[in-house]
Design a protein around this ligand. Structure first.
Ligand SMILES: [Zn+2]
Length: 639
């Protein structure tokens, strides 16, 4: 460190920058370590740029500290001790990195201060005493920073550019495909599906220009397996997407298939937990945006910056806190990103774009303009904190809080619907819709206490598996509604059909265009069963075999019924439409036995048609199928 007692300060800035970079690289190391050790989700929980954005933020922060010491040195000449200044800078550099540890801030400060004493003195003696050595050290660290930027962000940008240049010519008749996924939106909360609150006037309006499916089911009641089915057409048990949260690289994706036919492909995913580059859902997309990169989000990548943004800069703004915490963005900003990409693409090519919106996912914090639109408005910080912690409640909550959550959820859906109206209105104005198939759907619903549960991923009841599905396309009739239960597993087959590529690209399942018998499809052809599955968390070591089997659930909508069966053979049968809350289980009633038998038979047919991924067959599927066979065909021996 600079040594002259009269003026330690001017030479503090470069060493501080270097120490900031050291601290930044230490935090990068801790993020990597965290993914492979104490992080339950095994994720970096940061954009792929974190390797250079985190050190850059640290360098900027510490250079400000160095500048402050320099200014203090000028104001108070001779009063700033070089040793104290060195200790302070090293302590702060270490502390800002160690905040990433799962410890209290005060404990990490004491740890940093203790470590700074020997390491700060060593650095002061060995490196920063000489300006030449300081410049050399800073140059090496900057070189490392630039290299990390090159192998992350620059490499992706270069790859996008070269892949786009190498795209083959697209068929002249190919249509654009726009897949819009409202994360966590159940059909029963939409006015487009009969909900008394007018949550979705725009979806209703656009549905009149296309086809509305009244009984669309997701393949699984949570994000990753459901999205994996959207992009591959595979059931979760076929590709092990309930346990492995990374898409199997051997499974073909819709995005890669369309890119191979000359499509420009782009994904914009606001659900950074399960739709990011770490989950492999970006495969086949030339351009993929998950964690947005802005000055604010770069600051939020660091532990200290994230705390500063949430606790100081946006202390009373819970809407912004939601997006800072998730390192994500709301519907308005997602639309902007998509429209920006659309404006920059080659107009002589068709496009496939996938948009995932997180606005209705908990915490249910709507934009200011929508807060309180339906029912209760949060009354102060206690309510806002309750909403922020909704998914991990630390206390039991009562009826008022449950109603508040439900009302705010509706507000969030209304804000999503508003963004849908704005987006489709803009695409209409641009003339894009004349050659575009738009698919609006959701990856799963949300429970609000209907069967004693809140949230999603815990059951296969209608509140979690029944979602909206609207298709607006030049190849789809206006104003049609389809009452037949369908599965969102059929989305890729539908997309390639409506893109005009049915003969060239094959995906599992069937085109839903058969439901309306469009020009390009076979009228009255089969569609996949409205079949959903949920399995236990394989990491839940506390579960015994019986509890695992009870949590294993399959369901099917067919013949006006919703059949639910668990791994212990427990069965429930509900009437779709007449019992929307699924309150009355008909499984034990004598006159329901024919329907029950029919549902068992269909579920067995489904599970017999396709084998599960090796590990899934052994873990639960074979046993489940045998138990179902015994119930469906009593007296018949198993295989
Ligand atoms: Zn989701």
């Amino acid at each position: 460190m600079p040594a002259t007692p009269s003026s330690p300060a001017p030479r503090m800035i470069l060493p501080s920058m270097a120490l900031g970079l050291c601290g930044g690289f230490l935090e990068v190391g801790l993020i990597v370590l965290r993914k492979y050790s104490w992080n339950e989700s095994s994720s970096f929980e940061a954009g792929s740029d974190f390797a250079w954005t985190v050190p850059l933020v640290h360098m900027g922060t510490l250079s400000l500290v160095g500048l402050a010491i320099a200014i203090a040195g000028r104001i108070l000449p001779g009063r700033i001790s070089p040793r104290a200044a060195s200790w302070l800078v090293v302590t702060l550099a270490l502390w800002l990195a160690l905040l990433r540890l799962p410890l209290y801030g005060a404990a990490t400060f004491l740890l940093a201060a203790g470590l700074a004493r020997p390491s700060g003195l060593w650095l002061a003696r060995m490196v920063f005493r000489s300006p030449r050595r300081t410049v050399l050290a800073l140059s090496v660290l900057m070189g490392l920073l630039v290299s990390l930027a090159a192998i992350t962000s620059v490499r992706w940008a270069f790859r996008e550019r070269t892949t786009r240049a190498a795209l083959p010519l697209a068929p002249s008749s190919a249509r654009n495909v726009l897949l819009i996924v409202w994360d966590t939106v159940r059909a029963s909360s939409l006015s487009a599906y009969g909900y008394p609150r007018e949550t979705t006037p725009n979806l209703q309006r656009w549905a009149r220009r296309g086809v509305r499916f009244d009984r669309a089911a997701v393949t699984a009641p949570w994000t990753f397996p459901s999205h994996a089915s959207f992009l591959t057409g595979e059931w979760p048990f076929r590709i092990n997407s309930q346990w492995e949260h990374h898409l199997d690289p051997s499974v073909p994706t819709l995005s890669a298939a369309l890119a191979s036919r000359g499509y420009e492909t782009a994904g914009f995913a606001a659900n950074t937990s399960f739709c990011s580059y770490e989950n492999g859902l970006n495969r086949g997309f030339l351009h993929y945006e998950d964690y947005p990169l802005t000055p604010t989000s770069a600051l939020g990548r660091t532990a200290a910056g994230n705390w500063l943004l949430r606790q100081v800069a946006y202390r009373d703004d819970y809407f912004e806190q939601k997006w800072i915490e998730r390192q994500s963005r709301d519907g308005a900003r997602l639309n902007e990103a998509f429209l920006r990409w659309l404006a920059g693409r080659r107009v002589d090519r068709p496009f496939f774009a996938f948009l995932n919106y997180y606005d209705a996912h908990d915490p249910y914090i709507p934009p200011r303009a929508f807060a309180g639109r339906f029912g209760t408005r949060p009354q102060g910080p206690a309510d806002e904190e309750f909403l922020m912690q909704f998914a991990r409640p630390t206390r039991n909550f009562g009826l008022r809080e449950a109603v508040l959550a439900r009302d705010c959820y509706d507000d969030c859906i209304a804000s999503l619907d508003d963004q849908l109206g704005r987006l489709l209105g803009e695409l209409d104005r641009l003339g894009t819709l004349a050659n575009t198939t738009v698919i609006v759907t959701s990856d799963h619903g949300e429970a609000f206490g209907e069967h004693g549960r809140f949230g999603h991923g815990g059951s296969v009841y209608m509140e979690e598996v029944w979602v909206p599905l609207v298709i607006v396309s030049p190849d789809a009739p206006a104003g049609r509604t389809i009452a037949e239960p369908v599965s969102l597993r059929d989305l890729p087959a539908t997309a390639v059909d409506l893109a005009g590529l049915r003969e060239e690209l094959r995906f599992p399942g069937h085109s839903l265009a058969t439901c309306w018998g469009g020009e390009r499809s076979v009228p009255g052809g089969p569609v996949s069963y409205a079949f959903s599955e949920l399995v236990y968390d394989p990491k839940a070591v506390e579960l015994d075999d019986a509890r695992k089997s009870r949590r294993l659930k399959f369901s099917m909508m067919a013949g006006g019924h919703h059949y639910v069966r668990d791994g212990l053979g427990g069965e429930q049968l509900f009437e779709v439409g007449r019992d929307p809350q699924e309150t009355f289980d008909r499984a034990a009633e004598a006159d329901s036995q024919p329907s029950l038998a029919a549902c068992r038979g269909l579920l067995l047919k489904q599970l017999d048609a396709e084998r599960g991924a090796g590990i899934i067959e052994d873990a639960y599927l074979r046993r489940f199928r045998d138990s179902l066979r015994s119930a469906a065909m009593p007296g018949r021996p198993g295989p």
